[in-house]
Design a protein around this ligand. Sequence first.
Ligand SMILES: [Zn+2]
Length: 226
Amino acid sequence: MSDFLGALSAVFFPPRCIFCGEVVRYKETVCPSCAEALRACERTGAAVRGDLHCAAPYFYMDFVQEKLPAIKKREGRVLADWFAPRMADSVRRTFVGERIDWVTYVPNWEKEGERVYNQARVLARRVSRELSLPLTDALYQIRPKERQHMLSAAERLRNVQNLYALRDEGGVERVSGATVLLVDDIITTGSTLLACAQALPGTRILGAAVAVTEREKQVSGNAGPS
Ligand SMILES: [Zn+2]
């Protein structure tokens, strides 16, 4: 759309903040008050879960904790568009000098032949584009998962053990020796990522998410979804 037509259409269909719906200025996607609330949740540096290093631009707290769950729905795609470049930046900053071979994601439970919306895949696809890396549908989920959020860290780990497996077309030979960026939306205990890593033998796994919980919150048992 030309700038003129874009500006004209913005008069009749004013752009709205993707987080709160407030009218924003032409070509903006987030209102000043949401931008401020997001800034308060920003984090830097690697989050470590077990041996796994993870890049995430935000803490799962306050505004991010309130708004991020909407990404699980198809309508939340617009949030994925917004968060993915920030995840890619966080990956670049956290894993300086790492040569990543490909990107994959935490799969969903899908009955045979069924394709369900997976926010982790949507994020992984966008992040892979940002980083000019291939995206691989490497894993699948073997069985439905019990809900995680009422479980302790140890129970979560048991709940997700042997939950994921390599897709046939993944081919263990192609997997072995690779450095893989494994994407999820939120990381709390890291049990889900660690379970996925088990299904990718011989690889070096680097985690990436929109948000991670602070360790202190997690230790006190006040953790959100996996
Ligand atoms: Zn807003």
